[in-house]
Design a protein around this ligand. Structure first.
Ligand code: IPE
Ligand code: IPE
Ligand code: MG
Length: 264
């Protein structure tokens, strides 16, 4: 079903169609996390102000969200604004926040139609009241949706998330001996969600920039040189095809080697 759903949207004979046919829908990543990077460079290459890169990035967000939902990915997390991004010029930050509001307002109907549940992870208290209001409305309007969960990481920091989780665990009265990795993860912003199987980063940077530090312990990382505003369905399909070829070992020897190691 997801293949037909996807193919209905893809041009016959296109590279996207060929990629879609390579995907094993029984082994999709349950959670895809994505560091959207390279908007500023995209704009600079065109002699445009940086904010034009952010504006152009909205089409990539739209296509990524819709393709992921159509594929049948369970959770998609997009890194949109880090705690460290406040270091940028005020005008860039305020345009980014306005674009975010616009995106949410314009897309809410599509999210509802596609049965997508929208959630924000990060420290919302650091965001302006008008932005928080827009986000709260989108969260409330999609709260009963049962399809893909779409997390947007805003005013997010992986280290801050861990500190917040520790604070919450203490506030809940947990004794040190009560705490293990499973209990701890229930205090994270992503409580109840699977860890990302696949972490994508655009624009070629080989770093995680304080994103989901706890959750990506065993994520498969896929980096593309494509700048975020140029990221399309094809790139997401490429990432998933590459992910499905990985041998995930989790510190063990993996199924292929385990088979070879069996006594005959
Ligand atoms: C990603 O693009 C968007 C955000 C971090 C908000 P950048 O703005 O970081 O673009 P580059 O990395 O400077 O090209
Ligand atoms: C990571 O991109 C943060 C987001 C995508 C929101 P940055 O552009 O902020 O990361 P660095 O500064 O290159 O590490
Ligand atoms: Mg960047």
């Amino acid at each position: 079903m997801p293949l037909e759903q996807l193919l209905a949207r893809l041009a016959p004979g296109s590279p996207e169609e060929a990629l879609a046919r390579q995907i094993d829908f029984g082994r999709l990543p349950a959670h895809v996390a994505l560091i959207m990077d390279g908007n500023g460079r995209w704009a600079a290459m065109r002699h445009l102000p940086r904010v034009e890169g952010h504006r152009a990035g909205i089409d990539a967000v739209r296509e990524t969200v819709e393709t992921s939902a159509r594929l049948g990915v369970g959770v998609l997390t997009l890194y949109a604004f880090s705690v460290e991004n406040w270091k940028r010029p005020r005008s860039e930050v305020s345009t980014l926040m306005q674009l975010l509001k616009q995106y949410v307002r314009l897309e809410i109907g599509t999210l509802v139609d596609n049965n997508i549940r929208f959630r924000v992870i990060g420290r919302p208290e650091g965001l302006a009241p008008d932005v928080r209001e827009e986000l709260a409305e989108a969260t409330a309007r999609t709260a009963d949706k049962t399809g893909m969960l779409f997390n947007i990481a805003l005013n997010y920091s992986g280290r801050a998330e861990i500190v917040d989780a520790v604070r919450q665990a203490i506030a809940a009265g947990l004794a040190p001996s009560d705490l293990d990795e499973g209990r701890f993860s229930e205090f994270l912003y992503t409580a109840g969600q699977p860890d990302p199987d696949l972490l994508i980063r655009t624009s070629g940077e080989m770093r995680v920039s304080n994103f989901l530090l706890w959750q990506i312990a065993y994520s498969e990382i896929w980096v593309t040189d494509t700048l975020w505003p140029d990221f399309r369905c094809r790139h997401l399909l490429e990432a998933i095809v590459a992910y499905q070829k990985r041998d995930r070992r989790y510190g063990g020897i993996g199924p292929t080697r385990a088979l070879a190691a069996q006594p005959r």
